[in-house]
Design a protein around this ligand. Sequence first.
Ligand code: 6R9
Length: 692
Amino acid sequence: TTNHLRHVDSLTISPSGAGNISHLNAVILGEALASEEDDLIFPSDEFSRQALVPSSAKYLEMYKRSVEDPAGFWSDIALRFHWKAKWGEPVYSENLDARKGTVKIEWFKGGITNICYNCLDRNVEAGNGSNVALYWEGNDPGSDCSLTYSQLLEKVCQLANYLKDIGVRRGDAVVIYLPMIMELPITMLACARIGAVHSVVFAGFSADSLAQRIMDCKPKVILTCNAVKRGSKVICLKDIADAAMVESAKNGVPVDVCVTYGNQSVLNRESTNWKEGRDIWWQDVVPKYPTTCHVEWVDAEDPLFLLYTSGSTGKPKGVLHTTGGYMVYTATTFKYAFDYKSTDIYWCTADCGWITGHSYVTYGPLLNGATVVIFEGAPNYPDSGRCWSIVDKYKVSIFYTAPTLVRSLMRDGNEFVTRYSRKSLRILGSVGEPINPSAWRWFFNVVGESKCPISDTWWQTETGGFMITPLPGAWPQKPGSATFPFFGVQPVIVDEKGVEIEGECSGYLCIKHSWPGAFRTLYGDHERYETTYFKPFAGYYFTGDGCSRDKDGYYWLTGRVDDVINVSGHRIGTAEVESALVSHPHCVEAAVVGFEHEVKGQGIYAFVTLVEGVPPSEELRKNLILTVRNQIGAFAAPDKIHWAPGLPKTRSGKIMRRILRKIASGQLDELGDTSTLADPSVVDQLIALSDC
Ligand code: 6R9
């Protein structure tokens, strides 16, 4: 088609992203692409024409500048924000090589700003105060409300004044344990306004996990809510917070103030457990404060927030982000990866308890003056059509979610999707894990009716914002590939010895040089920061992910390298095998782990969830193995298929492979802590189905 030719024509060069600029001019595509036509999905002319980055040539021009002159590139963007005082020289300084001294990253040091001011006051002052900042959709259909930028600013100021009044000062930690109600982003922004460091703990975490985080960051105050409904379940958050505070006090970290938002319709005051002298009802105090509040101007390198994430050891890591670089980076990545226009309505299904909710529910979108939908409930309540009913209700144009949700909705059937118009959608997004091509295609064809580009954004809590992501309209897409690096990001693929590999290859994904949104340390443990991320491959930031780059320069994330299986000397990404399995029409989800194998070193053990109503059978088992053999090779054929009615997942949807590895190796008495699972009973079901 002419459409196809036009794009191939414009797509004459491909970035290797290896940091060496000569690579940018290296790969001539044309023929190579034509031969793979089936794997390429081209944006329509109409889409590209209106896109912020309308062609691969434009991307390359901007990318080239961003890596050749990072200081100039990012300064130009940073100047569009409000700074009380401009940063000094140099614009950034970095040492990523622990052999040369302490690892250090700084951007815009000396620049004085405030991210809350830039999210709210700046947009109100620009005349956009009456635009909706947040639409809130409650758990139960029909419960909703909204806040304009001016109203949100007033709410934030009231809380900021209250927090100051009870003695919260610049640099103090504040723990937030709230569900997805307006008060969650309001609290984050209020902390930012007064220079306090927020530490949001996802409201699905247990009392023990919350206590552990309280003990690590020793907050001045914790903000929670008495109870919340999720689906048809009522969760008494305050009871969990109480238990956590008892635990932390026992360990020498008492919490003096617990501000509790009263969700009256779920649980009344009288029924809420209360500790006089410590607990305070939000509604009794906050509304009494003035609706304007002085901004605490902070240095670009002052801490903005802590967010705990799990590492390979038991103790969670407090990932610390600072203000200026994070602000510039989240705003810019949001704008380009979602081709953001002021007419868009944006909905990200992530909870603010995770990094996605920090960077792409709260900060990134608000910095752009966007209208954001936040959703309190569960995406399949009251039924599997809820997401699309919300899309229609608010005329959502950018919908950003996780592959696990895509797969589960895919399993429930197209009927739930096609029942709704979804006419407003123009861009789809995916994050959290590799999206397998079959889920990608369903998302693209069924949800987006083949007209919405998918931004498959690869990034991490540590990176602050998108690192490898499509820019919709700029490039043809390959289902399952996160495509190319974002501006200023220099990915490299290294072998076990840390030697960079060029061209088409696979290995460990590292990043060369810093970017403004990078985390600066692990709270209270800079040594662990260096050891975990900078020492494995000297001179680089090590992502912990495996990755391959194809002949066209596209990046394919293959999963955590702790999940790589080495079978007879062949390194196989668990995600590759899973992707093959789920391409079988009867398989809806799969999780693959390695287990010790006498002959091969490691064997492949696959947990497989079948489409509702399909019974497991010997024939199906053989068929699934054959599918993998056909798609990857005989060496990747699973040794064992374990029928799994469900998979053990964290509440953010990540499969807990640690548990699966134990089941696979028969170490049933060493399963460890299963309390953080969304549904711990899944584990018992799996054990019951062992050896069937
Ligand atoms: C944002 C977020 C980070 C890990 C990361 C990788 C996986 C995230 C991905 C992806 C493939 C994507 N991951 N996005 N893998 N494609 N688009 O999820 O942060 O919770 O810290 O997880 O998630 O393995 O290393 P976080």
